[in-house]
Design a protein around this ligand. Structure first.
Ligand code: SF4
Length: 257
């Protein structure tokens, strides 16, 4: 559990870490490798840890490096905490096809046991939301927000039901997203950010791509959150809006980074 540097949530919580997507811009993979405790345990493709692993006298947050790991001992960490917006599993894709339903169910149950918080989920595999919904396993609680992570126009950015809160995270934006289908259901929130780090081939977004998102958000009345990674790329002030139900600070409109 930790206060987050992610500017659109107040805390991040990582009961599951590790991911088999192979995004070239992934920051989580580098962090997991760097803080794996000096050595990465080699066994266990999907490991459940009931207790933390101690390596060289310290808790290793990523004992299996970036292999999917369920840190079951982290359940309950937020039960007694004051209400906040929590990004669940910033160090993995909880809805990757390799994640067992049981892990997801355990995490949903833990979220339900602490209803004072808003829970923000994010995936590159939103089809899993649909699968879970069909099985009756996707909670539609008002404090559960399901995000689709997209980087370009080919990615999935339509939604399947008005029963669930849905948002889009366009991060890192790697291409012009184009126009939203005017007849399709719209997300309740759009977050947009640029790639960070120094990767060879890093994409610097064109301000016009951001403009296009901005104008569509204004047109469809969708709150827009421009991440601070856009400072210096997009002319300030950056717009940092939240949907009303996620707005814990009472902010009503644009902020300045
Ligand atoms: S989905 Fe997220 S955690 Fe997984 S590789 Fe891509 S950026 Fe990293």
């Amino acid at each position: 559990m930790k206060k987050t540097k992610i500017d659109w949530a107040e805390s991040s919580w990582n009961p599951v870490t590790g991911c088999f997507h192979d995004c070239p811009y992934c920051y989580a993979r580098n962090i997991a490798r760097r803080f794996s405790g000096g050595k990465v345990l080699k066994f266990g493709i999907r490991t459940v840890l009931n207790d933390p692993v101690i390596i060289s006298g310290k808790i290793s947050p990523y004992p299996y490096g970036f292999l999917p790991t369920f840190h079951k001992y982290r359940l309950g960490e937020y039960r007694e905490k004051k209400g906040r917006n929590i990004f669940v599993c910033s160090m993995s894709d909880l809805f990757g096809e390799w994640v067992p339903d049981e892990w997801i169910k355990d995490i949903f149950e833990d979220c339900k046991a602490a209803p004072q918080h808003n829970y923000l989920f994010l995936t590159k595999n939103p089809e899993r939301y649909i699968e879970l919904a069909k099985k009756g396993l996707l909670p539609s609680d008002d404090n559960f927000w399901y995000g689709s992570s997209v980087t370009g126009p080919k990615d999935f950015y339509t939604w399947f039901s008005k029963d669930y809160h849905w948002f889009l995270s366009v991060e890192p934006i790697l291409a012009d997203l184009g126009k939203m289908d005017s007849d399709a259901q719209k997300p309740e929130w759009i977050i947009v950010g640029a790639e960070t780090g120094r990767r060879r081939g890093k994409v610097i977004p064109a301000p016009e791509w951001i403009d296009k998102i901005r104008f569509q958000c204004a047109h469809y009345d969708i709150p827009l959150f421009m991440k601070s990674s856009l400072a210096g790329i997009y002319p300030v002030p950056l717009i940092q809006e939240f949907p009303e139900k996620l707005n814990r600070k009472g902010e009503t409109g644009a902020g300045v980074c």
